[in-house]
Design a protein around this ligand. Structure first.
Ligand code: CA
Length: 716
């Protein structure tokens, strides 16, 4: 679709957005799309130009063709199957009738946005070895577009510019030190002529930063580190000034941070405040989590862990920061959705430019966008770790919350009260829509003298609170403690307006529209439209696969479309199998697109042939099983699930023939038989005996499930 013909725009716009508004001349094409279009994204609602739908990342569309009265007429316009299963987290980008979306393994797909016809596919060939150093599945949250280029972030740390017409690689740069366990899952953002990208890896031990690259050449323009250089000397980076002036003093001189980087990865949210020319980004948790190991002699706040940081867009120079969780101890990242908005906060109700976030720690924050000043904050879910915020916005911690003397039941746990799943804000209703959740976690320091063999680097005992054995009915109790909620939140009054309870956490990101709709999918595969004012359900359809990503919306030839990328996986699905009682079977990733009167169909779900049945006998002494339990928690659990219950994204080890066979198990765990799929060998961290002890624990759990009536006894 070309929007060069202004008469056509007027016709299109009149049916799609409020007719009283003059449609501007935009000249928006794949070749011309640039930062100015993104800055004025509201003027081109027929496109979805960046991850959050514009620099403010409100995920609010002015398209109104699909509204509260006709939303029940939505039907499938087309579907497109991605090449992989596993987690899908991307928001489809649409410009000039073309859609760009990513799936697992950082594969980029270019599609005709009207028909779903494939234009090209770019597979950057991420290795299984690189996949093994990610915390939360081989996911990717999408691309950026700029003047004929598609900018793609790759799981292994590369950043690439692709020709938007052909998928050809125009430039490719490595943004990380490959000797360290860095990964990238976040979507790049283009601001003016620079590409902004961060990375992840704080659970394994890295030093976080955000970088800006020249969009034309891939040359590094500036970099801002989020933790101190271990020797507290300058990096020759944009962050040097503020570290010398202020931030270095918030770190001691010894501890794990000096060898492992301290964490603070910028793995998701990056926005651009055009009115102050600031790039604002969210910073992740400390590494290791446990601050007494990370920074034992220090008492400082460890800048800029768990902070929202604003820097100059051109130079990366520090402007302001607000730390949500000083001296983080709980994996309370502040990487979650950042949204810019004008809220009626002045004395006479005048608008004030604010930045808002609902980070993992459970508080909803409203800050002044120009200065970072704390305006207000309130917990949006029940929490145990803090009783509230002081007048400066600093949390008032529960005296036991740091789990130094004894264990502490944290709500939220490390999955967060809100994770990466994008929230939305409607300037029309004045409400934020948060994919909130409750996933408690028992935090416990790693006991003195116990060596963690894990590749993970937490300083906390990952086996805490997990029973080695348990009676029938335990799983129901665990599941009941996990909730997922679509929360409509008034950021001015700092109070809840309405809520919809889902069955379990990990649900999809949100889209809000000017026609009063809020649209969200769930990990159980329901795609639902709600009344934005009341939360009343207006329409729902099963997509036969889990949804974690956020939808986007666009228009072509006078028709509005709603697109969502489906596919089950990601951090929640991988490492919380016990939270599922009727898990959606894993399926191929897919783009599903709806329009009014659509008559297409979504392919039937793949059949799940797994029979819950041990394939061998129990073996090993109680001691061996106990050792295997601890080792499993440290090295296996985050992918294969607590209690060895898989949610189905990866094989359930309890029902695997490989578990029953000592030699095959050895070949997989110690020799890397399945390296290509990300199951790299553990021979550097485990002994052969360790590996068999883990197998003994897994087999013990298989038979425990039989004893508890959760699985069938093998048939002879
Ligand atoms: Ca983390």
């Amino acid at each position: 679709m070309s929007l060069k013909i202004s008469g056509m725009i007027a016709v299109l716009a009149c049916g799609l957005v409020a007719c009283s508004e003059e449609a501007p001349h935009t000249n928006l094409t794949l070749a011309t799309v640039n930062s100015e279009h993104i800055a004025n994204a509201a003027a081109t609602p027929e496109a979805w130009l960046s991850y959050g739908g514009g620099y403010e990342e409100q995920r609010f569309s002015r398209l109104e063709q699909i509204n509260q009265q006709n939303v029940h007429e939505l039907g499938v316009a087309w579907t497109y199957d991605l090449q992989t299963s596993r987690g899908v987290e991307a928001t489809p980008i649409v410009v000039d009738g073309k859609m760009f979306v990513t799936g697992a393994w950082s594969i980029v797909y270019a599609l005709d946005a009207k028909s779903g016809e494939e234009m090209w596919v770019h597979n950057p060939q991420v290795s299984g070895e690189d996949a093994a150093i990610g915390c939360c599945d081989v996911v990717n949250r999408g691309v950026a577009v700029h003047e004929g280029k598609v900018i793609a972030s790759i799981f292994d740390g590369r950043l690439q510019a692709l020709d938007a017409q052909t998928g050809e690689v125009l430039w490719s740069v490595l943004t990380v030190d490959k000797s360290k366990p860095y990964t990238i899952t976040g979507a790049p953002r283009v601001v003016k002529d620079k590409v902004l990208i961060g990375n992840g890896g704080a659970e394994f031990g890295v030093r976080g930063y955000v970088s800006a690259y020249d969009v034309h050449t891939g040359e590094l323009a500036w970099r801002f580190y989020t933790t101190s250089n271990p020797n507290k000397q300058p990096d020759g980076a944009a962050s040097d000034g503020i570290f010398a002036a202020k931030a270095n003093d918030t770190w001691g001189d010894t501890g794990k941070w000096t060898s492992d980087g301290g964490g603070g990865t910028v793995w998701d949210s990056i926005i651009y405040d055009t009115s102050n020319d600031n790039v604002i980004f969210g910073v992740g948790n400390g590494s290791p989590w446990n601050a007494t190991l990370r920074d034992p002699e220090g008492v400082g706040d460890n800048f800029f862990l768990s902070s929202i940081v604003a820097v100059d867009a051109d130079t990366g120079a520090y402007k302001w920061h607000f730390q949500t969780t000083p001296r983080d101890q709980w994996d309370y990242t502040a990487t979650q959705t950042l949204i810019l908005a004008d809220l009626p906060l002045g004395e006479a109700g005048q608008a004030r430019r604010v930045v808002m976030q609902a980070p993992k720690n459970g508080f909803y924050y409203v800050l002044d966008a120009k200065t970072g000043e704390f305006i207000s904050g309130k917990n949006f879910v029940p929490i145990t770790w803090a009783s509230g915020l002081d007048p400066q916005g600093r949390p008032i911690e529960h005296p036991d919350a740091r789990y130094t003397e004894k264990e502490f039941l944290g709500v939220p746990g490390p999955m967060g009260a809100h994770n990466w799943h994008p929230m939305a804000f409607s300037p029309q209703t004045g409400l934020a829509y948060i994919p909130a959740q409750q996933v408690p976690q028992l935090y416990q320091s790693l006991p003195e003298g116990q060596s963690a063999k894990s590749k993970w680097n937490l300083g906390a005992d990952y086996a805490a609170g997990i029973p080695p054995t348990y009676p029938a009915g335990t799983l129901d109790v665990i599941r009941a403690s996990y909730t997922g909620t679509l929360l409509a939140w008034d950021p001015v009054k700092q109070q809840e307006r309405w809520r919809v309870e889902h069955k379990g956490p990990g649900n999809g990101g949100i889209l809000a529209t000017a026609s009063g709709l809020v649209i969200q999918g769930t990990l159980r595969g329901n795609f639902t439209a709600y009344n934005a004012e009341t939360g009343d359900k207006l329409w729902a359809q099963s997509v036969n696969s889990g949804i974690a990503a956020a939808p986007s919306t666009y228009a072509i030839d006078g028709e509005q479309y709603v697109a969502v990328a489906t596919g089950w996986g990601g951090g929640w699905a991988l490492n919380n199998g016990q939270g599922w009682d009727e898990a959606v079977a894993p399926d191929i990733g897919r783009v599903v697109v709806f329009k009014l009167g659509g008559t297409g169909a979504i392919p039937d779900p793949m059949e799940n042939f797994v029979v819950k049945q041990p394939k061998g006998e129990t073996f090993g002494t109680a001691d061996q099983i106990s050792v295997g339990f601890q080792l499993y928690a440290e090295s296996c659990m985050v992918c294969h699930g607590p209690l060895v219950i898989s949610s189905g994204v990866l094989p359930d080890l309890r029902w695997s023939y490989q578990t029953a066979d000592a030699e095959t198990w050895h070949e997989i765990v110690m020799e890397g038989l399945l390296s290509d799929s990300g199951m790299t060998p553990f021979d550097k961290v485990l002994t052969n005996e360790d590996a068999q002890n883990i197998r003994a624990y897994v087999m013990d759990q298989a038979w425990l499930a039989v004893a508890n009536g959760d699985a069938q006894a093998p048939t002879k």
